[in-house]
Design a protein around this ligand. Structure first.
Ligand SMILES: [Zn+2]
Length: 287
């Protein structure tokens, strides 16, 4: 069932668990995530970056595919179709295309411009029953040209954006997108606590969820994080399983070249990652 992310995240805050945002890249990704969430009776958010949307043929294609697949596979758990790190223009295009949730990432803009654009998009989204995530910029993250900690948001700015009525807020607490450096300083829980104090029960979002130790993810969930983004882990698992299939020469045996066979191990590997993350976030049987 395709729904906005609002209610599932409010329930997550109340129940002290996290909902995974799993980014999709194609049909196999979508199917693997939907089936696994149904199997575990977990709510979930399908994330679509602007690049992935373009890759799949446009946001309208994505929305049509996700809605049709959700229906055809008989998915009963709540699923949000969410734009990930949207620009102002991208957000408008996804609202138009029928997404149930969007993220407007104005974190690189001056705070006043971020606030003004976020305010406008919040109004449009809410008039259509669409949930919206916004992000505040951060500082730090690099010392002497070495990235050992991610950026941290200013709790006052977080409160300002939260006050616009956004449904979820992304604020840096030392997290990083992609691969974490070996000398990473870890999540800054003191910053998270200050942001949580200023934003109350607003669901907070942890980006760059791939590579943060489970104990830190769980602690963050206990401090108000209700949405955790997962992307790189699924990509690595898919690539490793596909590599293994080909290196073992299975594509050369019989009809092993059939894409339905060739892509099957990677698809199963994505399912394993999703099961593992749902177990960590505690969202099984919360649908
Ligand atoms: Zn992100």
């Amino acid at each position: 069932m395709i729904v906005s992310a609002k209610e599932m995240l409010e329930k997550a805050v109340e129940g002290h668990y996290g909902v995974g945002q799993f980014n999709i890249n194609n049909l196999e990704w979508t199917k693997a995530i939907l089936l696994t969430c149904e199997e575990l009776k977990s709510p979930a958010i399908l994330g679509v970056s602007e690049g992935a949307g373009k890759y799949m043929g446009g946001f309208k294609v994505v929305a049509a595919m996700v809605k049709a697949m959700d229906e055809s596979l008989g998915i009963t758990v709540p699923i949000a179709l969410h734009l990930d790190h949207g620009t102002y223009e991208g957000a408008k295009a996804c609202i138009e295309a029928g997404f149930s949730s969007i993220m407007f990432d104005g974190s690189s803009l001056p705070i006043d411009e971020n606030v003004a654009k976020a305010k406008e998009l919040v109004e449009i989204c809410h008039s259509k029953g669409i949930s919206i995530e916004c992000e505040v910029g951060g500082i730090g993250g690099e010392e002497d040209g070495v990235v050992s900690s991610g950026e941290c948001a200013d709790p006052e700015e977080a409160a300002q954006v939260a006050g616009l009525g956004v449904d979820m807020l992304a604020a840096g607490i030392g997290n990083i997108h992609g691969k974490y450096p070996d000398n990473w300083a870890g999540l800054q829980f003191d910053v998270l606590e200050k942001i949580q104090e200023k934003t109350g029960k607003l669901p907070l979002v942890l980006h760059g969820g791939s590579g943060i130790p489970d104990e830190q993810v769980k602690k963050a969930i206990g401090l108000g994080v209700a949405k955790v983004n997962v992307n790189t882990e699924c990509q690595l698992a898919f690539a490793a399983a596909t590599r293994k299939y080909i290196e073992e020469g299975k594509d050369l045996e019989g009809k092993g070249f059939d894409p339905r066979k060739l892509l099957a191990p990677g698809t199963e590997a994505i399912k394993d990652v999703v099961r593992d993350r749902i177990a960590c976030f505690g969202s099984a049987n919360k649908a």
